[in-house]
Design a protein around this ligand. Structure first.
Ligand SMILES: [Zn+2]
Length: 340
């Protein structure tokens, strides 16, 4: 999502702190979530040439320097989605379908039927399930490949392009969904303001993001699977996202700390990364052959070690995930908020 934007919002909704236009060399001066303007804590990123700057007040992290919108496409190679729009192996694809179905069913418990907009809808699976449940499904996606699948195969209304200037009608939607997409926005504050505009009064904003304040994130730092810099421009803590939503007059009504889809795997992959294995090798091995960047043939010893360790590690990460959830420190979190 390209660069930083200036958008028109009602004066009383205007964020107090606009992220500033800046060049690659200049340090950022203000936290866009809480407004803190002192020095940030700096950490190295796993990706060479980038660092992570953390706000000492609200904990919001940012990938520095941010990749300009005109160049971010290079960080999403065709393999990111898979050539045939099948990302993972057959078993995981089935699991992902089940997770998307659960996502739609959970939204159905909270959102009355009507128009819904999934921002960063990927291949459109959640939207297709929502349509089955009687919703009017609309999507927006950065990737042409993924959007084409949603449009041509699933016959969904999916636009591509900039969310901040998309042609969607204001005050119309019963729900706006950011399922692991808000962190991909160069300017998430403007994206939240835009979601507010599009929602009808009483509409539901749903956001799921990695939890940068979680045990996983703090323990593993740059080895944490969910950092994913520089594709993730921002790294949210609960406090920082709460601050952004409150400023836009959203009322947070529910906060969930458990995601079976995201949290055990995030911990498992982070452990392998920190132990010195090829970065995100397991993730690559689980992918469909067209989406794989690293293969078992290229890393035979490491792949065998993965296979040998997994039976011991999987029960451990599932148990650890339950524990982190009990302490409200899950590796990802999900927020539901009402437009008042
Ligand atoms: Zn802050």
């Amino acid at each position: 999502m390209a660069g930083f934007y200036i958008i028109t919002v009602r004066d009383d909704l205007r964020p107090r702190f606009q992220p500033e236009l800046h060049d690659q060399d200049k340090r950022p001066t203000r936290c866009p979530a809480c407004g803190y303007d002192g020095p940030e804590h700096s950490k190295p990123s796993a990706e060479a040439g980038f660092e992570l700057l953390d706000c000492p007040d609200c904990g919001l992290g940012r990938t520095w320097p941010p990749v300009p919108g005109s160049e971010i496409g290079k960080w999403y190679p065709e393999q990111y989605y898979g050539k045939t729009n099948v990302r993972f192996n057959a078993l995981f694809e089935r699991m992902i379908r089940w997770f998307r179905w659960r996502r739609a069913a959970v939204l159905h418990n909270r959102v009355p039927r009507g128009p819904v907009l999934d921002v960063g809808c990927g291949r459109g699976m959640t939207l297709a399930f929502l349509r089955e449940l009687g919703y009017e499904s609309h999507g927006l996606e950065l990737s042409e490949t993924a959007a084409a699948h949603a449009r041509d195969v699933l016959k969904l209304d999916v636009a591509t392009g900039d969310f901040l200037t998309s042609p969607h009608e204001k005050n119309r939607y019963n729900a706006v969904i950011f399922h692991h997409s808000l962190e991909h926005f160069a300017n998430p504050v403007a994206a939240v303001a835009r979601a507010y505009e599009l929602l009808k009064p009483g509409g539901v904003l749903f956001i799921a993001v990695p939890n940068y304040g979680s045990w996983q994130a703090r323990l593993f730092g740059r080895f944490w699977f969910h950092v994913d810099a520089p594709r993730h421009y921002w790294h949210f803590t609960i406090k920082s996202l709460d601050a952004i939503l409150a400023r836009h007059r959203f009322r947070v009504v529910q906060l969930d700390h458990f995601s079976f889809e995201q949290n055990p795997y995030g911990l498992l992959q982070s452990m392998f990364n920190a132990a010195g294995f090829r970065f995100n090798l397991l993730y690559s091995l689980l992918k469909n052959s067209t989406a794989r960047t690293d293969t078992a043939l290229r890393y035979p010893v490491q792949s065998l070690l993965h296979a040998a360790l997994l039976p011991f590690l999987v029960p451990f990460v599932v148990a650890a995930t339950v524990l982190e959830t009990a302490f409200k420190s899950g590796g990802t979190f999900e927020m539901y908020a009402f437009k008042e």
